[in-house]
Design a protein around this ligand. Structure first.
Ligand SMILES: [Zn+2]
Length: 562
């Protein structure tokens, strides 16, 4: 291939001037960057201009990696190390040629290296740098699993699968000499941890086993394991969980520990006999949840300031976390416990179930079947000189009343209530029979929350909302706003969303609010909340939309339930 310089192409194409080229070359010298990067970083050209120039001048074809599905076996065509080093990704291969997508098709060093490794003629295709980076990430994230499947198929007659493995495993993708079943399971766990999945489902079917993962609350197909490899994989899971491998006709459950890239994971593993074999579900619990700070769960600005003030100045009373199922209120409760635990306080937490283990916190597992109800455990806890008590959930009047009384007699009590807003939680407490004077006397604050999906950063697009859309979020219809939504890409499974964040409203109880609660007057309560500067959930949601964190559609979906 003859040597062509990008700068000359761009000048010839009239995209930049000779002077700009010289300036860019000067900026480039010694920076170790490629000229294309320097030109873009300094605003001389956009990536779009660069791509169209290269297409025109070199006759290189463009490939849209957001819509093109790269066959998984391409991971075998080119080693990950070379793909990552040069940011190139193989997309198609024949006996004689290999097509690779790259942001800079003038990178001859990369092309030469790919040619030498694959022993094929290299046909470069152009793609945006971000798309190539994502494609490399996606293609090679399944590679460990694909390789393990290959190896298992090859020596299926080997008996090493039955060999007992360690109960505590370190998941390491470089663990090349481990038995293929172990490697496959490890790479599945590794993938789940990297994707931030909450559960792994291994579902035996008629002719293969589907591995699905729950990511951002939704199940996604990740990989298919051939039927003949199903047995070894299930056995491996059962060994990890210390289950009886021979017993295949009853449901079993167990636990295991795993470490993925220094992150400690607690795995809850269960099996269920189905007509096609045992289905295995693995729940992944992070021992050090990254969301264990108030900022981590999404509390910001005035809401964060209010809650912090409440936590720092309150030594007795009750603080409630409210929201519907799956609103993240338990995570917020954990973040609060995490913040409050200190050597000199006796912190007791009543949980159903215990999701994370925390040092310095006495955690009690509630078990209604054996009589360990929230109410009975709470009574026992009060005899043990507690300072701070977290009650996983208030479901009944009895629990509520004991908790309220504890809050009025020198204890700081936290709990959650299943309602839609701060206002309705007071209604709910009255509803389950708690005396209004108890609520008024005990309550210090209410944190109401929802979980909203984040717009996928990889396919985020700005748009101007219609006046109706602006109005729906409480914005003036004649204003000018920019909203965002995801177009859908490989990174977000086409949904336009990736990850979730909390939206909040924080109410601190003032004397006027207290009076309104005591008098059971909802109108007076609303007035008092307004006077206290209470900022409702919609304010936080509007901020999330205007900052491009989430979309207007998502707010409608989440708040649509009232
Ligand atoms: Zn996306």
């Amino acid at each position: 291939m003859k040597y062509i310089r990008l700068g000359d192409l761009l000048v010839k194409g009239g995209i930049i001037t000779q002077e700009q080229l010289e300036e860019a070359l000067q900026l480039q010298s010694g920076s170790g960057q490629r000229l294309g990067e320097v030109l873009q970083a300094n605003g001389f050209i956009t990536e779009k201009q660069l791509i169209s120039t290269l297409m025109d001048q070199l006759g290189v074809e463009f490939i849209d990696l957001n819509t093109f599905a790269i066959p998984p076996e391409m991971a075998q065509a080119l080693p990950k190390s070379i793909a990552k080093k040069h940011m190139v990704v193989p997309v198609r291969m024949t006996r004689s040629d290999i097509q690779i997508a790259m942001a800079d098709p003038l990178n001859f060093v990369a092309i030469e290296e790919v040619r030498a490794v694959t022993r094929r003629r290299v046909i470069p295709l152009i793609a945006s740098a971000a798309a190539v980076e994502r494609a490399v990430q996606n293609l090679y994230s399944n590679q460990g699993a694909m390789q393990a499947i290959e190896d298992m198929r090859r020596d299926l007659l080997g008996s090493q699968y039955a060999a007992p493995g360690p109960q505590s495993v370190t998941v390491d993708e470089e663990e090349a000499d481990a038995a293929p079943a172990i490697r496959l399971v490890n790479s599945i766990i590794d993938r789940a941890a990297t994707e931030g999945a909450s559960d792994i489902h291994m579902e035996p079917g008629e002719d293969s086993m589907a591995i699905r993962m729950r990511i951002d609350g939704v199940l996604r197909n990740i990989i298919t394991v051939p039927l003949e490899l199903q047995g070894p994989v299930i056995s491996r899971m059962k060994i990890m969980a210390r289950m009886d491998i021979a017993q295949k006709n009853i449901p079993q459950d167990g636990r295991a520990n795993a470490t993925v890239r220094q992150e400690a994971l607690d795995l809850r593993i269960s099996t269920l006999p189905t007509i096609h074999g045992e289905k295995v579900v693995v729940r992944l619990l992070r021992k050090t949840p990254e969301l264990s700070t108030l900022e981590g769960v999404g509390l910001l600005g005035e809401n964060l300031r209010r809650l912090r003030h409440l936590l720092d100045t309150t030594t007795e009373g009750m603080v409630l976390m409210v929201g519907p199922t799956g609103s993240g209120k338990t995570s917020t409760l954990y973040a609060i416990i995490h913040r409050l635990r200190r050597e000199e306080v006796n912190l007791v937490s009543l949980e159903d179930p215990v999701e994370y283990q925390m040092d310095g916190v006495c955690q009690v597992q509630i078990n209604e079947k054996t009589g360990l109800t929230f109410a009975s455990v709470l009574r026992a806890v009060l005899r043990q000189d507690p300072d701070i008590i977290a009650v996983g959930e208030i479901r009944d009047g009895e629990t509520a009343e004991i908790a309220m009384r504890a809050a009025m007699t020198g204890h700081l009590v936290f709990s959650t209530v299943h309602t839609n807003s701060a206002l309705s939680s007071i209604d709910r407490l009255l509803d389950i029979g708690v005396e209004s004077y108890l609520i008024a006397g005990a309550l210090k604050g209410i944190v109401s929350q929802r979980l909203v999906r984040r717009v996928c950063p990889h396919c985020r697009r700005a748009y101007t909302p219609t006046p109706e859309e602006a109005q729906a979020l409480g914005l003036a219809p004649d204003g000018e706003y920019t909203f965002y939504r995801g177009a859908g890409c490989g990174e977000c499974f086409g949904t336009g969303y990736r990850g979730r964040v909390g939206a909040f409203e924080v109410l601190t109880v003032t004397p006027a609010i207290r009076r309104a609660i005591r008098e059971r007057s909802m109108t007076e309560l609303e007035t008092a909340m307004g006077a206290a500067g209470f900022s409702p959930m919609m304010d936080d949601c509007r901020r999330l939309v205007l900052e491009g964190v989430t979309s207007a559609e998502e707010i409608n979906r989440v708040l649509g339930d009232g």
